[in-house]
Design a protein around this ligand. Sequence first.
Ligand SMILES: *[C@@H]1O[C@H](CO)[C@@H](O)[C@H](O)[C@H]1NC(C)=O
Ligand SMILES: *[C@@H]1O[C@H](CO)[C@@H](O)[C@H](O)[C@H]1NC(C)=O
Ligand SMILES: *[C@@H]1O[C@H](CO)[C@@H](O)[C@H](O)[C@H]1NC(C)=O
Ligand SMILES: *[C@@H]1O[C@H](CO)[C@@H](O)[C@H](O)[C@H]1NC(C)=O
Ligand SMILES: *[C@@H]1O[C@H](CO)[C@@H](O)[C@H](O)[C@H]1NC(C)=O
Ligand SMILES: *[C@@H]1O[C@H](CO)[C@@H](O)[C@H](O)[C@H]1NC(C)=O
Ligand SMILES: *[C@@H]1O[C@H](CO)[C@@H](O)[C@H](O)[C@H]1NC(C)=O
Ligand SMILES: *[C@@H]1O[C@H](CO)[C@@H](O)[C@H](O)[C@H]1NC(C)=O
Ligand SMILES: *[C@@H]1O[C@H](CO)[C@@H](O)[C@H](O)[C@H]1NC(C)=O
Ligand SMILES: *[C@@H]1O[C@H](CO)[C@@H](O)[C@H](O)[C@H]1NC(C)=O
Ligand SMILES: *[C@@H]1O[C@H](CO)[C@@H](O)[C@H](O)[C@H]1NC(C)=O
Ligand SMILES: *[C@@H]1O[C@H](CO)[C@@H](O)[C@H](O)[C@H]1NC(C)=O
Length: 487
Amino acid sequence: MRILLHLPIGLFLYLSLLSEYRADSDEPPCFVVSRSKCTELGSETKCQFSTDRAQIFCCNVTKEQQLIDFFKNNVSSPDHILAFHMRDSTLEKLEVAIFDLFKKLSSFSLTNSNITHISGAFDGPTSITCLNISHNVIEEMYPFVLLKLKGLKNIVLSNNTNITVLPDFPSDLNKGFKLDVSGNLKLECKYLINLTIAHAEQTIMFSLNNRNSTLCSPPTNKINNYVKPIYMNMDHIDQVREIVANCPSVNRTNKCVCSVYALDMDQHNKPIYQALVNCSRRSMTSLPNKLPLATRVLDVSHNNITSFDGIGSKTFDNIRELNADNNRITSLKPLEGSQFLYQFSNLSLRNNKIDQIKIYMLSNVFDRLQGTRIMLANNEFKCDCPTSSMVKAWLIVNKDHVPDYAKIYANCEKSRTRVIDLDPKDLCAKPAEWKHFIRFVIYGEVIIFVLLVGKVSYDYYIFKTFGYLPWPASRMPKLPCDWCFEN
Ligand SMILES: *[C@@H]1O[C@H](CO)[C@@H](O)[C@H](O)[C@H]1NC(C)=O
Ligand SMILES: *[C@@H]1O[C@H](CO)[C@@H](O)[C@H](O)[C@H]1NC(C)=O
Ligand SMILES: *[C@@H]1O[C@H](CO)[C@@H](O)[C@H](O)[C@H]1NC(C)=O
Ligand SMILES: *[C@@H]1O[C@H](CO)[C@@H](O)[C@H](O)[C@H]1NC(C)=O
Ligand SMILES: *[C@@H]1O[C@H](CO)[C@@H](O)[C@H](O)[C@H]1NC(C)=O
Ligand SMILES: *[C@@H]1O[C@H](CO)[C@@H](O)[C@H](O)[C@H]1NC(C)=O
Ligand SMILES: *[C@@H]1O[C@H](CO)[C@@H](O)[C@H](O)[C@H]1NC(C)=O
Ligand SMILES: *[C@@H]1O[C@H](CO)[C@@H](O)[C@H](O)[C@H]1NC(C)=O
Ligand SMILES: *[C@@H]1O[C@H](CO)[C@@H](O)[C@H](O)[C@H]1NC(C)=O
Ligand SMILES: *[C@@H]1O[C@H](CO)[C@@H](O)[C@H](O)[C@H]1NC(C)=O
Ligand SMILES: *[C@@H]1O[C@H](CO)[C@@H](O)[C@H](O)[C@H]1NC(C)=O
Ligand SMILES: *[C@@H]1O[C@H](CO)[C@@H](O)[C@H](O)[C@H]1NC(C)=O
C-alpha cells in the first residue's frame, strides 16, 4: 500500500525535474527573449523555435489564429516544448486553453503586449513552474486561471498598469513560491492584505520580489475621516494586516469585524493606520482582552457585557470612541485610573444597568477634555438623595458633556423618574436628621475631650505640687515606660 502511494509522488517529482526549464543563474528564471531577437523574424513570421527546439517565442502576433496555426502546422511533438514566450503582441484577448496541448510546459511568458483580457484556465500545461505575465495592460483575468498550476515556483504579474484584481493562487503551493506583483498601481489593496495575512498564517508561503515597488490602490468608499493616500506600499499593508490579524473573536465562528478607520502620521511622518473594531452583537460577556494596536473606535454594543473589568489594560489605551450601548454594565469603577478615561472623546453607555456615577471622576475628565461626550440614557440610577441633589445638579451643569442628560432615569418606588425631575426635598429628608444626630455626636466628643485634658492637667498639677497622684491615676498598674517619668 505504501509503495503504491509513494509511486505516483515519486513519478511526479521525476517528471517535474525532467521537464523543468533550466535558466542560467543570471537570466530571468522564466524563458524570455529580448526585442532584438524578434527582429530576426521577418515581418511575416510570427513564431519561431529557439535553438534546441524546446522553446517557442512569438512576436508581433496580431491574431490568436496565428498562434493556433503555428502550433498545428509546425509543432510536431508538443511534449518536447518546455517553454513559451510571446511578446509585443497587439492582441487584446487571449484564451489560455490554446496552450493545453503543451503538457510538459515549464515556463510560460506573455509580456510587453497590449493584452487586456485573459480568459480560461490552464488545464493541460499543469507542469508550469515559472509564469511571467508582466508589462501588459491586463484589466481582467479569469480568477481561477492559475488554479491547476500546482508546481508554480515563480509568478510574475508585474507592471500591468490596469490590473485591479489578482487571480487565486493554487492553495497547495506548500513549498513556497516567489511572487512579483510590483508596478500594478491600480491593484486593489485588499488582495495584498489577504496575501500577507495568508502568509502570516502560513497558509500561503511566498516571498515577495520587488517589495519596494509593490503598491496598490486603497479602497475609495471609506469612512469620513479616512485620509486616503494615493497608493499604499507594503509597510502600510503590514499595518493593516496587523489590524485584521489581531481582530478579536469570541470563538472560531464568531469574530469581530476590524477595518481601517483613519490614517494618522506619527512624529517621524510615518503613517499609522487606526482601527475600527466592531464587536456589535457577538454575544460577548466581557470586553475583548486583546485588540489591534492602534484601535481608535470600539463598538461592543448589543452584547451581554456585565463589567468594564480590563479596560485599564494597555490594549484600550488608544481608544477614543467606545460604544457599549445595550449591555449589562453595572459600574463605572473599573474606569478609574485607566488611560482610556483620560483620552476618550465619546463613551456611550445607553441601556445598561449603571446605578450610580462618580461625579469627581468624570468632572476631572470633563475639565481636562473639552469635547468629551458620555451618553447615559436608560440606566438604573438609584433613587436617593445624592442622585437627586448632587448628580442632578452635576448633570445640568455638564449637559454639554452628557447630551442625553434629560433621558437619564432613576428607579424610584412608584415609577421611573427622570433624574432631572427628582426633588431633593423628597429624598434628602432622612439624611438631614442624621446630620443633626452627627452634630450631637461631635459636640459630645468635644466635651469629653475637654474634660479629659482638664483631668490630666489637674493630675499633673497635684503631682508636681504635692508629690502624689489623685485617684484613679494612683491605682493604675505600672506601664513599661513609666520609669522614664519617675526620675
Ligand atoms: C518577465 O518579463 C519581463 C519583460 O520581458 C522581464 O523584464 C523580466 O525579467 C521577466 N521576469 C522573469 C522572472 O522572468
Ligand atoms: C513588432 O512590434 C514592435 C513593438 O510594437 C515594433 O517596434 C516592431 O517594429 C514590430 N516588428 C515587426 C517585424 O513588425
Ligand atoms: C511553419 O510551417 C509553415 C507551413 O507548414 C512553414 O511555411 C513555415 O516556414 C514554418 N515555420 C517555421 C518557423 O518553421
Ligand atoms: C500598445 O499600445 C500602446 C498605446 O496604445 C502602443 O504605444 C504600443 O505600441 C502598443 N504595443 C503593442 C505591442 O502593440
Ligand atoms: C487603463 O484604464 C484606463 C481607465 O480605465 C483607460 O483609460 C486606459 O486606456 C487603460 N489603459 C490601457 C493601456 O488599456
Ligand atoms: C515597472 O513598474 C515599476 C514600479 O512602478 C517601475 O519603476 C518600472 O519603471 C516599471 N517598468 C517598466 C518597464 O515600465
Ligand atoms: C480574503 O480572504 C478571505 C478569507 O480567506 C476571503 O473570504 C475573501 O474573499 C478574500 N478576499 C479577497 C479580496 O481575496
Ligand atoms: C527598500 O526600501 C527600504 C526602506 O525604504 C530600503 O532600506 C531598502 O534598501 C530598499 N530595498 C531595495 C531592494 O531597494
Ligand atoms: C458595527 O456593525 C453594526 C452592524 O453589525 C453596525 O450597525 C454598526 O454601525 C457598526 N459600528 C460601527 C462603529 O461602525
Ligand atoms: C444575553 O444573555 C441572555 C441569557 O443570559 C440571553 O437571553 C440574551 O439573548 C443575551 N443577549 C445578547 C444580546 O446576547
Ligand atoms: C460561537 O459563539 C456563538 C455565540 O456565542 C455560539 O452561538 C456558537 O455556538 C459558538 N460556536 C462554537 C463553535 O463554539
Ligand atoms: C462623538 O462626539 C462628537 C462630539 O464631540 C460627535 O460629533 C460625534 O458624532 C460623536 N461620535 C459618535 C460615534 O457618537
